[in-house]
Design a protein around this ligand. Structure first.
Ligand code: UDP
Length: 254
């Protein structure tokens, strides 16, 4: 890790300078935070699993024509990505009521929504990521109306695809958060999917039992957190072959 210059450290990931200009190395930590970092902990093996799960989902999305920042996985905890200018908006897509949506609108957790709902939150820890509208986003200059049209269209396509993908392995995609970035190529700019897609930023429930298989197990002290992340990887058919011991292996191991 020390061989590269660190560009940014977030709550669950570190970004290092990549081997070529315009690339970054995204390192996945085991650190877990919730409630705007008021609750902290370690989920052993989470970084390895999220690296693999995010690689898998981004690759599947690329195959259906969704542009992403993902280039390739480098090792157990690192992936090579394109350097993008992150749009400071968290895009949340919901299929079923849960979490802050249930609290805000008084809809019981687990109630299916009549259609998918897309929400925007301003990425700012100091302010506690407030919910914002298109008006706020364009007035503050975080994104243009055209950017938001692209983001909305991509978010809905991503949701449709992932909803079906998870359904196929017996998992209900209740909601998830994604982030987008601007990728510059000469004069041209494209909006691409960035960050990660993993059980850290999604609600995934077993289709039959509604058992939670995501970060809510950590947030709500439900136990069996590591096991839940492993189960998501297992259902997707990408659980490391060596079993759980593999998850603690050295960062540079393939
Ligand atoms: N989420 C996230 N990062 C955040 C806030 C939310 O990844 O900073 C994800 C969260 O895991 C869930 C979805 O976005 O899958 C919707 O979260 P919600 O607004 O219900 O907030 P929460 O109840 O998690 O505070």
């Amino acid at each position: 890790m020390s061989r590269r210059r660190q560009v940014y450290e977030g709550k669950a990931k570190i970004l290092f300078e990549g081997p070529e200009p315009g690339t970054l190395v995204q390192y996945f930590k085991d650190d877990a935070t919730a409630f705007n970092a008021k609750k902290k902990g370690i989920i052993t093996g989470k970084g390895v699993l999220n690296n693999r799960i995010s690689e898998y989902l981004m690759t599947r999305l690329e195959e259906i024509g969704i542009p992403t920042h993902f280039i390739r996985r480098l090792n157990m905890r690192e992936q090579l990505v394109r350097e993008v200018e992150i749009i400071p908006i968290e895009v949340v897509i919901r299929n079923v009521a849960a979490g802050s949506f249930s609290e805000r609108f008084g809809v019981p957790e687990g109630q299916a929504l009549p259609r998918s709902v897309v929400e925007y939150y301003y990425k700012n820890d100091q302010l506690g990521d407030p919910m914002v509208s298109e008006e706020h986003i364009t007035a503050f200059g975080w994104a243009t109306t055209q950017d938001l049209d692209d983001i909305m269209a991509l978010a809905l396509r991503i949701n449709d695809f992932l909803y079906g993908l998870f359904l196929g392995v017996g998992v209900k995609l209740v909601d998830f958060k994604i982030e987008f970035g601007r990728l510059w190529n000469e004069e041209e700019m494209r909006i691409v999917l960035a960050d990660e897609i993993s059980p850290d930023c999604a609600r995934l429930w077993d289709i039959k039992t509604n058992e939670k298989m995501d970060k809510d197990r950590f947030r709500r002290d439900l136990g069996k957190v590591e096991e839940a992340y492993q189960e998501v990887a297992r259902r997707l058919g990408i659980f490391p072959e060596g079993g759980p011991r593999d998850l603690k292996g050295p960062a540079t191991m393939q």
